[in-house]
Design a protein around this ligand. Structure first.
Ligand SMILES: Cc1ncc(COP(=O)(O)O)c(C=O)c1O
Length: 393
């Protein structure tokens, strides 16, 4: 019999298992909601990015169903061949109006928006100046571009400045930050980074995945929140989190978007969204503009839950957003905390190295607009009981 050429993968998996790092996928048998069923257990769900509860909003469902009736279920092609339906262009126009930019291009995901954009606009002659905690999709885009990558310590604007002062004035550079950092929930220092980009003539790019629908007027993101409109050349957002559906987009000048239409590889070589997804995203914009109560409840719930965790004695880090980490330090302890919470009906994932630094392992919680006070109080009671049982508080 032929020896298995993939046997090294089994060895790697066994090593993960031995280190306690092998994770089984948790499976939802109900919708992505505040209370749902995971691995056959009813839980309060503190693990989703469904910030506003739009995954199950009636207006999104209705528009998606109408689009299926009208267009069918698939788009049948990549965008530049035959996969641009009217509804794709309608979504791009609506997003450009929403973001108040000249134009928008929609990608299949936030990941492909970041990776596809960075790799399209940069070459091996260029230099990227990137926060050390920027998302993996930005890092992959930088690697694909073959540009040289200079990483600055998290939010350290003077370190970013130092890198820039060492480069020749003629060097093309791009400064990239997340708007909201996904593991700590803190915000990128946008005003200072914009000023730096202006001083050194850098392209300024912000990945606003966790800020879309969460920060700024009607959820326009951190650029609106910080009042730096017109100072960020490339704004990336996602349609997969607060927007409740799937996708990513880039908002910017008409020239940027036209260029990405011609050069961004996920746009060129991967099939466009099913029409139902585009329709649901259009409905999400309507909801953001017409139903501000969802954002209000999200922030109200965030304040209530974080204050509750802090009064129990947990270390909730430096978050400014609805992402509230419960930092315990040791990786095995974080996984144990997550497992014990789950056994008692609270779903909050443990996160350890390499996703966060060694010694900074945590359980990450995200509340949504659709959690009720009893849901959150129940979760706090369970956190308190398990935290005491494990000697964390
Ligand atoms: C900061 C950040 N950027 C980009 C993405 C990718 O977005 P999507 O899930 O739409 O691919 C994520 C998702 O986890 C993220 O946290």
């Amino acid at each position: 019999m032929r020896p298995d050429p993939l046997s090294f993968l089994t060895t790697e998996l066994e090593a993960l298992n031995a280190q306690g790092l092998y994770r089984h996928l948790r499976v939802l048998s109900d919708a992505q909601k505040a209370r749902t069923t995971v691995d056959d257990r009813e839980v309060v769900n503190l693990s989703s990015n469904n910030y506003l509860g739009l995954t199950t909003h009636p207006r999104l469902r209705e528009r998606a169903l109408d689009a299926i009736t009208r267009y069918g279920v698939g788009s049948g092609s990549v965008r530049p061949i035959a996969g641009t339906l009217e509804i794709h262009l309608e979504l791009e126009r609506r997003l450009a109006d929403f973001k108040e930019t000249e134009a928008v291009v929609v990608f299949q995901s936030g990941f492909t928006a970041n990776a596809g954009t960075v790799s399209a606009i940069l070459t091996s002659d260029d230099v990227v100046i990137s926060d050390e905690l920027n998302h993996a999709s930005i890092i992959d885009g930088c690697r694909l571009s073959r540009a040289s990558i200079k990483v600055f310590p998290h939010k350290d604007v003077s370190a970013a400045r130092k890198i820039l002062t060492q480069l020749p004035a003629s060097q093309r550079t791009i400064l990239i930050t997340d708007g909201v950092f996904s593991m700590d929930g803190d915000l990128g220092p946008l005003p200072d980074l914009c000023a730096l980009a202006e001083e050194f003539g850098c392209i300024m790019m912000v990945d606003d995945a966790h800020a879309s629908g969460v920060f700024g007027k009607n959820g326009r993101g951190t650029i609106d929140h910080f009042g730096v409109r017109g100072r960020v050349d490339i704004q990336v957002g996602t349609l997969s989190k607060a927007f409740g559906a799937l996708g990513g987009y880039v908002a910017g000048s008409r020239a940027l978007i036209e260029f990405l239409y011609h050069r961004a590889r996920p746009f060129l070589f991967s099939t466009s969204h099913p029409p139902a997804v585009a329709a649901a995203c259009i409905a999400a914009i309507d909801v953001l503009l017409e139903e501000p109560q969802h954002m209000e409840r999200l922030w109200d719930n965030t304040r209530f839950f974080r204050a509750g965790l802090q009064s129990l004695g947990f270390n909730t880090g430096i978050s400014d957003s609805p992402i509230t980490p419960v930092i315990v330090g040791d990786g095995a302890l974080a996984m144990k905390l997550s497992d014990r919470l789950f056994a008692k009906g609270v779903f909050a994932q443990g996160i350890g190295f390499p996703t966060v630094a060694r010694g900074r392992a945590r359980v990450r919680t995200i509340v949504t607009a659709t959690h009720t006070r009893p849901d959150l109080q129940f979760a706090l009671d369970v956190f308190g009981a398990v935290g005491r049982e494990l000697g964390i508080v």
